[in-house]
Write a protein that binds this ligand. Structure first.
Ligand SMILES: [Zn+2]
Length: 341
């Protein structure tokens, strides 16, 4: 079967890779209907994460179950399923509290989850996978795929930032996760949603997803603009969807005292001084999004066509052209690339 392998920063190849097999009785094998390239795949692509040896990419997936291990009870062959980038049992105390990405039995699929392929193995299938009510029509597949990571991650960002009715929400970052956080803030009825973005096409999509204002400035100037728009106080809720020092500080400084920052950008080299946090009275909550917590609700919203997060994919390629997709996301000519296996 075909799979996407990263050999070195900037060097992505599509080649014949080993077929997945059931390794544990709790595994399932799925045939992918669609997969995609993640913003986090760009960290190794750009050399910010090491590539010590070639690895098989991908952790976002939807598809049809082909085979299950002996201990799998709730997932069946033939079902269309959505899963997240961390496998979880969904039964331990941490999972039941809604933090499946910290499951005591978790298995991290991460960058090297082998989802950019025609088939993949999903560990802890009963806990990790959620079946849709039936086989979706083609036009729903991109939205269901978005639920696998970017939508679920943006959703957690908005929930962690306590976005809700009457609130002003600012979103730092106009990548796919930031755009999804806008949609996630709109759903529970945020009053005002400020997208921090300086790219025309992304601003348009941000407004389509529910942004009411756009701020183009960054850093201190961006913070000043947010303060200006909020009577000098700052936003109630800020979603940080980038993960750099500048974006993190921008998020904290844009939040009013007592407000909440939901941080879901994977942090790279960020250092916080105690003073930066102590004097702000800001709540900080985030981390790898427990996407599994939100999947049933997200699948329902998509299935009933109340939300259309699949709009975030602006380039679709056959998997054999994955290298083009990485280049397009790296050069920011595409927001998010869907790969057809
Ligand atoms: Zn668990």
């Amino acid at each position: 079967m075909r799979g996407v392998v990263m050999y070195a920063p900037g060097d992505v190849r599509v080649e014949d890779v080993e077929e997945p097999t059931i390794l544990a009785p709790t595994d399932a094998i799925i045939a992918l209907s669609a997969t995609c390239i993640c913003g986090s795949d760009l960290w190794p692509y750009r050399g910010a994460d090491d590539v010590d040896e070639p690895f098989h990419m991908g952790h976002e997936y939807v598809g049809i179950v082909e085979e299950i291990g002996d201990a799998v009870r709730t997932i069946e062959p033939g079902q269309f399923v959505v899963g997240s980038f961390f496998a979880s049992d969904n039964t331990c105390e941490i999972c039941r509290a809604g933090y499946q990405t910290s499951c005591v039995n978790r298995e991290v699929l991460g960058t090297t989850g082998r989802a950019q392929a025609q088939r993949m193995r999903v560990p802890l299938a009963d806990g990790t996978l959620v079946a849709t009510p039936g086989i979706p029509s083609d036009d729903l597949v991109p939205s269901l795929l978005a639920a696998s990571d970017v939508l679920g991650t943006g959703w957690f960002g908005a929930v962690a930032a306590e976005a809700g009715p009457g609130k002003t929400v600012a979103v730092v970052g106009d990548g796919a996760v930031g755009l999804m956080a806008i949609l996630a803030a709109k759903e529970p009825g945020a009053e005002r949603i400020i997208a921090m973005s300086r790219h025309g096409s992304r601003q348009r999509l941000a407004r389509e997803f529910g942004a009411t204002d756009v701020v183009e400035e960054r850093g201190a100037a961006g913070v000043a603009r947010i303060k200006e728009l909020t009577g000098g106080l700052g936003a109630h809720s800020v979603v940080e969807a980038v993960g750099t020092q500048e974006s993190t500080m921008q998020a904290i400084a844009s939040t009013r005292p007592g407000g909440h920052v939901g941080y879901v950008g994977v942090l790279h080299g960020v250092e916080l001084r105690g003073d930066d946090v102590f004097m702000t009275h800001v709540h900080l909550h985030g981390g790898p999004a427990p996407v599994r917590r939100f999947l049933p609700e997200l699948i329902d919203l998509i299935w009933t066509r109340k939300i259309n997060p699949g709009r975030v994919f602006d380039l679709e390629l056959p998997i054999d052209r994955a290298a083009e997709g990485y280049r397009a996301m790296d050069e920011r000519t595409a927001i998010k690339v869907l790969l057809r296996p």
